[in-house]
Design a protein around this ligand. Structure first.
Ligand SMILES: Cc1ncc(COP(=O)(O)O)c(C=O)c1O
Length: 279
């Protein structure tokens, strides 16, 4: 846990960081967030997170101007104050406080909080692990491309996975795969690496963007297209990406073993190359 949290221009003790009960983030999930990975005390892929934050706040018309320099300063201060080596920075920006009413007033003052959490990443070394996943209906709202804290559907999906001793819940819409409860999903079929296109139906993951560049630099074949649950089950390899999970192999989906329940060669190589690219 963080010793210090950032709260609206102040660094306070974690337990003293309090928010008003009519904050719209608290009452309506009227808020956006980012999760930034920190490895060896270094902030990773920060530019991508900041541009996605710009996108989220703009799409929701927040009264907040994203400032690269001041956010970087906050993140660096938190990493230093909390002596964070490996982990994540959580940043949340709410629309602000207003007497409870669905429609928001213009010009509210956003609440900004950030703190750090230690984390052991699933790195492609001798401890590299593959995990089970389940499938679950994608019942989210129509704009998962905006990184909001409106995550109830993801929470239900993730909790079901956890009950079934699985790491992730792969979301199914109709008969196609969109992404997962807290990551993007990729399959490998006949040397082709396939993932859902970045449109309004998925969150455009920062790790997804970085991995796409890695795949291109390795001259592997990348296809951004929709794929079905049937194709998922018949894949040679399945993996997920996120800032918290990096490239994590999925070796079983529901009752179906993928690659005989072993980590695939392409997944491992992508994990190694992503690690090299970000570090
Ligand atoms: C629904 C969803 N998709 C994808 C991702 C991966 O995004 P990123 O790589 O930026 O962490 C996340 C991360 O939290 C997520 O919640």
């Amino acid at each position: 846990m963080s010793k210090y949290a950032y709260l609206n221009n102040k660094y306070v003790n974690f337990k003293d960081a309090k928010i008003h009960i009519e904050d719209r983030g608290f009452q309506f999930s009227d808020s956006v967030y980012e999760v930034i990975k920190v490895l060896n005390s270094k902030l990773l892929d920060l530019d991508f997170h900041i541009s996605r934050l710009k996108y989220s706040t703009k799409e929701l018309n927040f009264n907040y101007k994203v400032n690269h320099t001041s956010l970087t300063k906050i993140f660096v201060n938190l990493v230093n104050k909390n002596k964070l080596k490996n982990g994540i920075i959580y940043l949340q920006i709410t629309r602000g406080v207003q007497p409870r009413e669905h429609a928001y007033k213009k010009g509210l003052k956003p609440n900004i909080i950030a703190y750090t959490t230690k984390k052991k990443f699933n790195l492609p070394d001798k401890n590299y692990r593959g995990y089970k996943a389940i499938t679950y209906p994608d019942i989210r709202w129509g704009r998962p491309d905006i990184k909001t804290t409106s995550l109830l559907a993801n929470i239900l999906a993730a909790t079901e996975a956890s009950k079934k001793e699985s790491y992730e819940s792969i979301l199914v819409k109709g008969n196609k795969i969109t992404e997962a409860a807290h990551s993007n999903v990729w399959i490998v079929r006949g040397k082709k690496i396939i993932t859902h296109p970045a449109n309004n139906e998925i969150l455009k993951g920062v790790t997804r963007t970085v991995l796409k560049n890695v795949i291109k630099s390795l001259k592997l074949q990348l296809i951004e297209k929709e794929f079905s649950i049937k194709e998922l089950f018949k894949s040679e390899e399945v993996f997920i990406t996120s800032s918290g999970s990096l490239v994590t192999p999925i070796i079983q989906v529901d009752k179906i073993k993928i690659n005989n329940g072993k980590i695939g060669a392409i997944t491992k190589s992508l994990a190694l190359n992503l690690y090299k690219a970000i570090i």
